[in-house]
Design a protein around this ligand. Structure first.
Ligand code: DQA
Length: 147
């Protein structure tokens, strides 16, 4: 089972960026944790981060073409306005779980809307980096159930 771990703009700055909102852990810390989880869940994690909308769209297409089992995706600010990313998700036959590190509902009002959510199987917000782990657990359960 291949799972794409996809992170959008500014998430390369985790650990340095607004630590009061996003915490002190880095993207590498997340990848290290997912290395451990690969064994626990018997999955292969393919990580990718980009600050560019098109690169994220290309990766989503690739996940579709290569028959990935799922995508765990934090689209960053693209969440709130990228119809192109939404259409890319709608266009592939791969389940996507949306993750947000912060509780987007407690912040500025523009963060409350996600144009991505309607084409995902679910959304996890507000649990810090642990949210990605919750998403992996949920994804593995979802895939087992759908088989
Ligand atoms: C975020 C929330 C978004 O509103 C913001 O633009 C981000 C990170 C989160 O993980 O909490 O870049 O997706």
């Amino acid at each position: 089972m291949n799972i794409l771990l996809l992170n959008g703009p500014n998430l390369n700055l985790l650990g340095k960026r607004e630590p009061n909102v996003y915490g002190n852990q880095t993207l590498d810390d997340l990848y290290n944790r997912f290395n451990q989880l690969e064994e626990e869940y018997h999955v292969k994690i393919v990580p990718f981060q980009s600050n560019h909308e098109g690169a994220l769209i290309d990766k989503l297409h690739e996940a579709g073409e290569k028959g990935f089992s799922g995508v765990i995706f934090n689209p960053g600010a693209f969440t709130h306005y990228s119809y192109a990313i939404r259409d890319a998700i709608a266009g592939i036959d791969v389940p996507v779980i949306e993750v947000h590190i912060s509780n987007v509902h407690k912040r500025e009002s523009f963060r409350r809307e996600s144009v991505i959510s309607p084409v995902t199987i679910g959304q996890i917000v507000g649990f810090g980096l642990y949210g990605y782990e919750l998403a992996l657990k949920a994804m593995v359960e979802y895939i087992k159930r759908e088989r």
